[in-house]
Design a protein around this ligand. Structure first.
Ligand code: ACO
Length: 444
């Protein structure tokens, strides 16, 4: 069957029907289900009454058709290639805002006044230090541990330093936990990197902005001062803005699922980092660079595209395709433009960029990718920029985690205040053995 005839996640959503309610008939039972609408986006049929009225549940593997919560943080129209944080188009934020301002926006709902921003910046800046005992904890990892593994462990351990005295029923304490996470994740991330290369840990400096502070913690050595290139800081700030939130993606949904149990926010964010690590999600940026390196030169692109089309090969074009975008990922457009600018300004001639450009061109012309609406996603070009900024490949997903922490804490805060929040508990279709009797080991 041609892909265009198939139903599934690669299809464009049709214009939604205008409805207030839906009547569903299951055998001799029928139930009227209300339809909920948000300010933008498709209407959602509220199926909460379905099991009690019909005895049936719904099945939606991978949540391709199911909204799990109401949220006022981020809006995506995947068919039109639109992304907005709190109503502001990503293109405007990328051009005019900064990562820290975006973090404020995500958490608080509106852009800050200059006083509000100064207070937020000061709060974040004054929570960047790690507890000294973290050093001992870090020292327990093997020298070659993947930094994402270290980040998961280190964030999980934060609960032991900052959890016991806190009352998460108190909004001020919840906010403090969110600030601590935004502030300390870069410090911890840089510490993981320095530990892996055997450099002494570097304390955060309060007299420089958020992104510069992180770059100092990554690269400054005791023996000489670091000259930071403003092009590098600006590029990283922009990448952080673009990665800050993406509504109910796998890692954010994980943060919310863990958060729904009342777990502490550090455990929730540690779980989010673990979910982000997979190559189908944030791990794709690392995988893209490896793939481009393996393709090696533009002449090999055709063979790579053919391999990606062959299901037997088990190979996919990393950085291509998205569950929600069936059009250009708007972040990919911004990053593609920025990649050329950053490499030009830093005077870098990276042959992998030629491979990436050729690969994008070839895939976008190919019927397989056209029919399945597979476009470059946010991760396709970001690795080339990280590489130009001298970020090691295994740190790419950690970069994503630093930025996404802003989104994760915003979602955790929103969830804690949501009167409809209840423990997340999906159902299943049981396909195991029917009831049978236990047989003693001597009779099996
Ligand atoms: N290369 C080749 N074929 C692909 C690719 C790809 N990158 N992505 C999807 N397809 C094909 C699938 O084989 C499937 O083909 P079929 O209809 O003939 O069976 C069809 O396109 C639909 O793919 P699904 O896997 O059903 O789409 P889904 O929405 O579940 O997956 C995902 C989205 C995971 C992002 C997928 O496109 C992928 O694996 N991409 C590569 C990894 C990647 O870049 N991940 C980063 C995502 S963005 C982020 O998390 C920041």
């Amino acid at each position: 069957m041609p892909a265009s005839e198939k139903s599934g996640s690669n299809q464009v959503t049709p214009e939604p029907a205008k409805l207030d309610q839906v009547t569903l008939t299951a055998g001799d039972k029928s139930v009227v289900l209300p339809v909920q609408t948000g300010t933008l986006g498709s209407p959602c049929i509220d199926i909460a009454k379905l099991p009690s009225a019909t005895g049936c549940f719904t099945y939606d593997s991978g949540f391709t058709a199911t909204a799990s919560c109401k949220s006022a943080i981020t809006y995506i129209d995947g068919d039109a290639g639109v992304l907005m944080y709190r109503g502001y188009p990503i293109e405007q934020l990328a051009k005019q805002s900064s990562f820290l301002e975006v973090a404020y926006l995500l958490m608080n709902g509106n852009l800050p006044t200059s006083q509000e921003f100064a207070a937020f910046d000061s709060d974040v800046t004054h929570h960047t230090m790690m507890h000294e005992a973290f050093k001992g904890f870090l020292g327990g990892f093997r020298h070659d541990a993947h930094p994402m593994a270290m980040l998961v462990g280190m964030l999980g351990s934060m609960a032991s330093f900052y959890h016991n005295d806190l009352d998460y029923e108190d909004p001020a304490e919840r906010r403090l936990a969110a600030i601590r996470l935004i502030a300390k994740v870069p410090t911890i991330a840089a510490a993981c990197h320095r530990y892996s290369i055997g450099w002494p840990l570097r304390y955060p400096r309060n007299n420089v902005p958020y992104v510069e502070r992180f770059l100092q913690m990554m690269y400054e050595v005791p023996s000489e001062p670091l000259e930071l290139n403003p092009v590098a800081a600006k590029a990283l700030d922009l990448l952080f803005i673009l990665h800050a939130d993406h509504e109910q993606n796998a890692s954010t949904s994980t943060v919310r699922l863990v958060g729904s149990t009342g777990a502490n926010p550090y455990a929730c964010v540690a779980a989010g980092v673990a979910a982000l690590w997979g190559p189908a999600h944030g791990g794709a940026n690392e995988a893209v660079l490896k793939m481009l390196g393996e393709i090696g030169k533009p002449e090999n692109v055709g063979a790579a595209v053919e391999k990606a089309k062959n299901k037997e090969s088990g190979f996919r074009l990393m950085g291509f395709g998205h569950r929600v975008y069936k059009n250009f990922d708007p972040r990919a457009k911004i990053i593609r433009e920025m990649t050329h600018e950053v490499l030009n300004e830093l005077g870098i001639n990276d042959p992998l960029l030629d491979v990436a450009v050729k690969l994008e061109e070839a895939a976008l012309k190919d019927d397989y990718f056209i029919q399945r609406k597979l476009y470059p996603n946010v991760d396709f070009y970001s690795g080339i920029i990280y590489k130009a900024l001298r970020i090691p490949t295994e740190m790419f997903t950690v970069m994503f985690a630093i930025a996404r922490t802003a989104g994760w804490v915003a979602h955790w805060l929103e969830q804690q205040e949501d009167p409809e929040n209840k423990i997340g508990r999906p159902r299943q279709i049981y396909v195991g053995a029917p009831e049978r009797d236990y047989v003693g080991i001597d009779k099996r």
